[in-house]
Design a protein around this ligand. Structure first.
Ligand code: PLP
Length: 459
């Protein structure tokens, strides 16, 4: 490959052999390259380094998984130590210290004392749905086997998880394979009518959930909700009262409450878990992404003594019948333990209060940009809806962001940042300035006038 730069050489080999996720591969085609493929050689802190001395600030934590920066020395040391003692052992019939300690610590943090492990977020969703329905079956209520989710909800893309994922692009082609769940209106605060508060919107959405349950609870196993922020929907944020009402309704109608904190868990929303802000406890809690600090795939479903008890029996068939080869992998569990240690050692939640305040101030010019609507923030998640006539605004913006040395990938017309917690003052400044510059560069490509301000359809 003489004459071809190192970046280009890896780009070409990747495009020939690797099928990239959630990607129309043709957009990476060399002629025209609507979106360049970036070969990353190494990463440290908030930075991703390519093979030619360029670096990119990972402002979306590599799809929301990274918490304390890349290549964190404490997590790396824990992994090396674990690799020197026990790489892996099957979890059926065997156990090991990392999985026991992690389960104990998650139980202490959530009050949910039984941990079932998977590998990815979508497998956690599947585990929670199967476990809920099987619980009702064991309880003699076989007809309670349907699910209800929130409009715009995202819970993963395997066939089972797609049933409760309400994002058309991810679902359309596969709908015939899926037993679709029902959807109820979202409590998204952007849906406020004039004079309505976010809490009013949440109450309205909760009332709709109540109406639905009044009719269908007898055939419903569980309600599944992303608490406080529906991330994949475009960082749709809602008032915590929605979660309180959902808890009350689930109690009243004997339906499980599944909270999917795969994206929002581990401090993203300001508290360790988002549902803490509503003062409630779910029947099932799904965790993944930040669980290992962004180093290894691991997911877990935490549940209650009551659910566990419904499976505890002499009959094998009444047990929970689910397994993945790498269930409870010791390396991944050690990474998770090291990540939990970092929350304690660095007082991360309190530190993040200062960091998010600082970033909010740094983002102010962006938030006040005349084309921005619904500038919003919760914890370490920042989002802006951009009024633009460009149908491919997101892709164009992402390309300009790369030019600014930033990894930012808008969702539709929603621009957002979800940086690693360790982002410092100077890095925050680079991010805020670059995000604004990328916005100006993207808007300069418009050929049609911008939608009328106040028109949500244009966002
Ligand atoms: C990412 C995500 C998932 C799916 O996790 P994967 O590891 O990508 O399968 C599920 N739910 C939510 C809320 C997510 O953000």
């Amino acid at each position: 490959m003489s004459g071809v730069s190192p970046n280009e050489a890896w780009r070409q080999r990747s495009l020939a052999a690797v099928w990239h996720p959630c990607t129309q591969m043709k957009l990476h085609a060399p002629d025209g390259a609507a979106l360049p493929l970036i070969p990353v050689a190494r990463a440290e802190g908030v930075w991703l380094h390519d093979r030619e001395g360029r670096r990119y600030l990972d402002a979306i934590s590599s799809w929301w998984v990274n918490l304390f920066g890349h290549n964190h020395p404490a997590i790396r040391a824990a992994l090396v130590d674990q690799l020197n003692t026990l790489d892996h052992v099957m979890l059926a019939g065997f156990t090991h210290a990392p999985v026991v300690e992690l389960s104990e610590r998650l139980a202490a943090l959530t009050g949910l004392g039984h941990a079932f492990y998977g590998s990815d977020g979508a497998s956690a969703t599947e585990i929670a749905l199967k476990m809920s329905a099987h619980h009702w079956r064991n309880a003699g209520r076989v007809e309670k086997n349907r699910f209800v989710g929130v409009a715009g909800g995202y819970h993963g893309e395997t066939v089972g998880a797609l049933a409760v994922t309400d994002i058309a692009l991810f679902r359309e082609a596969y709908a015939p394979l899926v037993r679709l769940a029902a959807t109820v209106p979202s409590p998204d605060a952007r849906g406020a009518a004039p004079g309505e508060t976010p809490a009013d919107v949440a109450e309205r959405a909760a009332a709709a959930l109540g109406d639905w349950l009044a009719e269908h609870a007898h055939e419903t196993a569980a309600v599944i909700i992303e608490p406080l922020i529906q991330c994949a929907a475009g960082m749709a944020m809602h008032d915590p009262v929605y979660l309180q009402r959902a808890r009350e309704l689930c109690d009243r109608y004997q339906v499980h409450l599944v909270l999917d904190e795969i994206a929002v868990g581990f401090g993203r929303t300001g508290t360790l878990f988002a549902h803490e802000q509503a003062g409630i406890r779910p029947d099932f809690l799904c965790l993944s992404k930040g669980l290992t600090g962004g180093t290894l795939p691991l997911s877990v479903v935490l549940t209650t003594d009551a659910v566990y008890a419904a499976f505890y029996d002499d009959q094998v068939a009444r047990g929970f019948l689910h397994s993945h080869s790498y269930t409870g992998n010791p390396l991944a569990c050690r990474a998770a333990l090291a990540t939990l240690d970092l929350f304690d050692q660095t007082d991360a939640l309190r530190q993040n209060l200062g960091t998010s305040e600082r970033l909010t101030a740094q983002f102010e010019p962006l938030s006040k940009h005349p084309r921005v609507r619904f500038a919003r923030q919760r914890g370490m998640v920042f989002a802006w809806d951009v009024a633009s006539s460009l149908p491919d605004f997101g892709r164009r913006y992402a390309r300009h962001a790369l030019t600014q040395g930033l990894l930012l990938r808008p969702i539709g017309h929603t621009l957002y940042a979800m940086p690693p917690y360790v982002i410092d003052q100077a890095e925050g400044e680079l991010l805020a300035r670059g995000a604004l510059a990328a916005l100006e560069a993207t808007l300069a490509e418009e050929t049609a006038p911008a939608p009328v301000v106040g028109d949500r359809d244009g966002v």
